[in-house]
Design a binder for this molecule. Structure first.
Ligand SMILES: [Zn+2]
Length: 318
């Protein structure tokens, strides 16, 4: 078993809470002994963790939990219900090695912050960064000393009413059979992937305590998929760089509440009216819609293809 350290990263901070009142202030809570939670987990979150773990090879990896936290009366006292509604597929900025992973540093932190902001904007939910998950590639699903320290640090910093840590472990069992008959040799190999994710809550002096978890596809709200500029920041940087070189100043336009989730870029330019470009969440695999300053759609003369960039369309919109 590999010695495991969940590297405590001094750059790590919980993602900022909305400027309107957070669910609960850090000062107002009983930091010594928070009530334990029941965790409701959206199946999409589990799938994202599962794919992230399967792609990580022998390395650690991880991501944030975005969710809501509510109190519920159990007839005797209040306890928490934490609904984990979203996470982020591990990006290239997640610094994972065989024995540690650093989350939230530099590009990874910005990506997580923009994901949380976009999800709040489009859903209207008071989503919080209320925990993290990470993988132990060769270890046990028990929290290490480093995990305990990181959870304690995050619990002291977060505005969420609780802090959850989830640890994913996985194993591949393979079975191989060989046989020979006449002039034929047969070989069959079966592989089975076993994954397990254990959930813990930071509980002050008691450290990380196991919490009950339930997969919930019925009562917890389903979040829309994340937009391309969050999932593919390199493409977004390339689009913006090309637009600036073409004398367009791009800015993300906030979405109206309840509007169809899309990524709308407002493009200011010298000596011309601003344009807007609406891209789908899967850009560049959907055709962008270009509109003039009055909101009228500008039809393009040439067909869109994923090899093209937004700036290529704008020559046609003059
Ligand atoms: Zn760990």
């Amino acid at each position: 078993m590999t010695a495991h350290a969940w590297r405590s990263n001094p750059a790590r901070r919980p993602l900022p809470s909305r400027s309107v009142a957070p669910l609960r202030s850090v000062e107002g809570r009983d930091a010594a002994s928070p009530a334990t939670a029941t965790v409701l987990l959206r199946p999409e979150v589990l799938r994202t963790i599962s794919v992230g773990v399967a792609r990580a090879g022998d390395d650690e990896t991880g991501g944030p939990f975005f969710g809501t936290v509510q109190r519920t009366w159990d007839g005797d006292r209040y306890c928490f219900v934490a609904a984990l509604l979203g996470t982020l597929p591990p990006g290239s900025a997640v610094a994972g090695g065989p024995g540690s992973v650093g989350l939230g540093a530099r590009g990874d932190g910005e990506r997580a912050a923009s994901a949380l902001r976009w999800l709040r904007e489009t859903t209207g939910l008071e989503l919080l960064h209320c925990g993290d998950w990470h993988r132990h590639p060769f270890g046990s699903p028990q929290p290490s000393g480093g995990d305990q320290r990181t959870a304690r640090e995050m619990w002291e910093l977060t505005a969420s009413a609780l802090w959850l840590t989830a640890i994913a472990v996985d194993d591949v069992a393979s079975e191989q059979n060989a046989g020979a008959e006449g002039n034929a040799v047969t070989l069959s190999r079966r592989q089975r992937l076993e994954q397990e994710v254990r959930f813990y809550q930071e509980c002050g002096p008691r450290g990380l305590v196991p919490v009950r978890v339930r997969i919930d596809a019925e009562t917890s709200p389903k979040l829309p998929p994340l937009p391309w500029y969050v999932l593919d920041p390199a493409r977004f940087a390339a689009e913006c760089r090309l637009l600036l070189a073409g004398c367009f100043r791009p800015a993300l336009q906030p979405l109206l509440p309840g509007a169809r989730p899309a990524v709308i870029l407002r493009l200011e330019r010298d000596g011309g009216d601003p344009l807007t470009v609406e891209t789908g969440l899967r850009h560049p695999y959907e055709e962008p819609l270009v509109r003039d300053a009055r909101g009228h759609r500008i039809r393009l003369r040439t067909p869109w293809s994923p090899e093209r960039f937004i700036v290529d369309l704008l020559g046609e919109a003059e």
